[in-house]
Design a protein around this ligand. Structure first.
Ligand code: F0G
Length: 458
């Protein structure tokens, strides 16, 4: 069945078509780290769905309307009205991207030694908690640990564990639910789970926030999978989710469908005042927060478009289609497929590679060598514990590769191409070499490390 993208193309951008010898050279020059590749080296870029979406004609038009007044621009009020209608929060601040909101909220709210509990912190979120001396604690539900289970809401937090932490001796400063759970295979959180978290947080007097980077995609999966929500719109579901929390941080580079932008929104006026000080000092005045007027106007429009059921249905279908193509080639991915990405199970496809040979990274690089496809490892390279010489002390629990799908950018035929490349690799997986770490920086390893291929010992 064709997916029928619910838009037609008005502006096109050529994509580089390269040869395998070109890619071999480019990858060697990049130190076998795909973050060092440049745009002209990459044919299909599935590295991130963040800031990589296509603007609509209405967003472009809104951008022209952007008001670049320093303080009190009309663009801000248009942005604020849309966010206020969507979230119901009173204090609404634009920021340059998600991590800007995280830093401001955590600095204003958390004290050193306090705990921030989450289903799963995204990596910058964790870093922003840890930077101020607080502890980031992930409590994903049991079902999330079985990659093959078709449990519909593997993004849920483990409620019993959350309750135990809230009732225990730890000083919990914040409960933060990531919707959808990017660090946990792009899995959604159910409304039932959010309601229970909200009640628990209230009972224990702890603030409850959402990391709402992919709020619309979470809402779509709720309408599809949760009993009682089939007849209401994704926008209504999103509104209900926001209503359960005290506020949110959000990277709007995802479900805002813009190239840059983020949001901090909250109810508590006293906390808002503290956040506003930091906002002005580090991002920008409260009516622009580091963004241009045109960004705010494009965001206001993007936040209306992103909850349209026709758009969300086609996007979810495209992602599921890619997962099916991989499955047809015998390559498993995290089940059930979410919306923003397919997470391939590289560990299962490449059992000849132990974790210290980085099977996830090896598969990601093979996708590049075979087809010019760029994507990211989510396995031992990213999450494993290594010593100073690069020796593996503790591997990651899974060796995955994330194929993140930019919004409104690639068509079904692009995904068919990606599917074919995956299927080609899966015909002879033993040919995929492992990699050895030759340089590992102490921080932010995936972005700056260098590797080299290791010849097969047969
Ligand atoms: N929270 C989640 C769940 C995210 O996925 C991201 C970014 C952030 C926060 C930080 O937002 O980048 O605007 O500062 N995720 C991107 C990705 C980078 O590729 O998944 P940011």
């Amino acid at each position: 069945m064709p997916i029928m993208e619910p838009y037609r193309i008005k502006v096109v951008e050529p994509i580089p078509i390269t040869t395998r010898p070109y890619r071999e050279l480019a990858l060697a020059r990049a130190g076998y780290n795909q973050f060092n590749l440049t745009a002209q080296d990459v044919t299909i870029d599935l590295l991130s769905d963040s800031g990589t979406g296509a603007l609509s004609a209405e967003q472009q038009a809104a951008g022209i309307r952007g008001d670049e007044t320093y303080a009190g621009s009309r663009s801000f009020f248009r942005f604020r009205d849309v966010v206020s209608e969507l979230t119901g929060y009173e204090h609404i601040y634009p920021v340059h991207q998600g991590r800007g909101a995280e830093r401001i909220l955590f600095t204003s709210l958390l004290k050193p030694g306090q705990v921030c509990v989450s289903n799963t912190h995204f990596d910058t979120t964790r870093a922003n908690v840890e930077i101020i001396g607080a502890v980031a604690l992930d409590l994903p539900c049991e079902e999330s640990k079985d990659l093959d289970s078709d449990h519909p809401f593997k993004g849920d937090v483990d409620l019993a564990a959350l309750e135990a932490v809230l009732a225990g001796p730890e000083d919990v400063g914040l409960v933060l639910m990531t919707i959808t759970n990017n660090g946990g295979g792009g899995q959604p959180v159910s409304m039932a789970n959010l309601e229970a978290v909200s009640a628990l947080a209230r009972k224990h007097g702890v603030p409850f926030f959402l990391d709402a980077a992919r709020f619309a995609e979470n809402a779509w999966l709720v309408t599809e999978r949760e009993p009682g929500y089939g007849d209401i719109t994704p926008r209504e579901v999103a509104r209900k989710a926001f209503a359960l929390a005290d506020g949110c941080v959000a990277s709007l580079k995802k479900d805002g469908i813009v190239h840059i932008g983020g949001l901090l929104a909250l109810r508590d006026p006293e906390l808002a005042q503290r956040c506003e000080l930091l906002l002005t000092a580090t991002e920008g005045f409260r009516t622009y927060g580091g963004l241009a007027g045109r960004d705010l106007d494009m965001l206001a429009q993007g936040l209306l478009e992103v909850t349209e059921p026709t758009y969300l249905r086609a996007r979810a279908a495209a992602t599921a289609y890619l997962a099916d193509l991989a499955q047809q080639g015998g390559v498993h991915s995290v089940r059930p497929t979410g919306v923003h990405a397919v997470y391939l199970n590289a560990g299962r496809l490449l059992p000849h590679l132990p974790s210290e040979r980085f099977p996830g990274h090896a598969l990601a690089l093979e996708l590049y060598l075979a087809g010019g496809i760029r994507c990211a490892e989510v396995g031992s390279l990213y999450l494993g514990e290594l010593d100073e010489d690069g020796t593996m002390l503790k591997p990651a629990p899974y060796e995955l590769v994330r194929l993140a799908i930019p919004r409104r950018v690639y068509t079904q035929s692009h995904l068919e191409y990606v599917g074919e490349v995956i299927q080609g690799i899966a015909k002879d997986p033993e040919r995929v070499p492992g990699y050895r770490m030759v340089y590992a920086p102490p921080l932010l390893r995936p972005f700056n490390c260098k590797l080299e291929p290791v010849a097969h010992q047969s």
